[in-house]
Design a protein around this ligand. Structure first.
Ligand code: PHE
Ligand code: FE
Length: 286
């Protein structure tokens, strides 16, 4: 398989963990909820409790409220049940996948308001850190905000934008936007900065780190073109967090045609992950 070979190469020969043999052409599998062990449900509960204790005053209200409506504290959730609630709320559904999937397939799911959620759970020794997305990251981190109508629309538009970026050679740029918003985004609220990015919300350490003043990381207002041109770290806490003022701002800021952005950025050197440019203000002063 072409895709599996590429991923194996990218991850230095490590094999993908999921069962790709039983996936359909869209990489969708059955969740097989009955096959999770009691140890796995117990590990999920520990992950859930640890994160929940960290979220008040740090995660945005939209996330916390939607999460509470999912009743996902007692064990690995059944995707079917959540998918029904989600479909009623915003027209999104959840599909089960064996793990990472090809970009084209991923974008196609998003463009059709389907969110792919990995079925397997990390091992106990990966409690604090895991390289690949697992069911805890995908479900706990990503699903709650899909209940927000504006964010839900943003995600669909992102999928459509991904299919377009593939044609235009803009994938590296567009991936940075996903990273700095969907995975590591912060939002400004009357109570202060709050987290909406799934990569932070499912991480034991970064929830606190990203809101601690005086670290070496930047917290700057999201400018779309600037973000498209900014490198990111995959194996440390982020050195830059981009802050939005509202999900409406995010939706409207990404509405323009990105074709000229990609054209312009092709000949530019990307900014390092830790850059502060002229005119940019640190939003979490030490
Ligand atoms: N407006 C972007 C384009 O035309 C697509 C997009 C929308 C990308 C929303 C990201 C988020 O390419
Ligand atoms: Fe993710």
């Amino acid at each position: 398989e072409d895709f599996l070979a590429t991923v194996a190469e990218k991850s230095h020969g490590a094999a993908l963990r999921g069962d790709y043999a039983s996936a359909d052409a869209q990489y969708v599998v059955q969740q097989d909820w009955a096959a999770y062990t009691e140890e796995e449900h117990a590990l999920w509960r520990r992950l859930y409790q640890r994160q929940m204790a960290l979220l008040p005053g740090r995660a945005c209200n939209e996330f916390i409220e939607a999460l509470q409506g999912l009743n996902a504290a007692d064990g690995i959730p059944q995707f079917e049940a959540t998918s029904k609630k989600l479909e009623a709320a915003t027209g999104w559904t959840i599909v089960a996948v064996p793990g990472l999937i090809p970009e084209l397939t991923f974008f196609d799911h998003l463009a059709n308001r389907r969110f792919p959620v990995t079925v397997w759970l990390r091992k106990p020794e990966e409690f604090n850190y895991i390289v690949e997305p697992d069911v805890f990251h995908d479900f706990f981190g990503h699903v709650p905000l899909l209940f927000n109508p504006v964010f839900a629309d943003y995600m669909q538009r992102y999928g459509q934008g991904g299919l377009k970026a593939m044609q235009l050679g803009g994938l590296d740029q567009l991936a940075r936007l996903y990273w700095y918003t969907v995975e590591f985004g912060l939002i400004n609220t009357p109570e202060g900065l709050r987290i909406y990015g799934a990569g932070i919300l499912s991480s034991g350490g970064e929830v606190e780190y990203c809101l601690t003043p005086g670290t070496t990381s930047r917290h700057i207002h999201l400018d779309i073109k600037r973000c498209l041109n900014t490198l990111y770290k995959i194996d440390t806490y982020q050195e830059t967090y981009f802050v939005i003022n509202s999900f409406d701002e995010l939706f409207e800021g990404t509405a323009p045609d990105f074709t000229p952005y990609y054209e312009e950025l092709k000949s530019k050197t990307p900014y390092p992950a830790n850059s502060l440019l002229d005119g940019e203000t640190e939003l979490l002063p030490g």
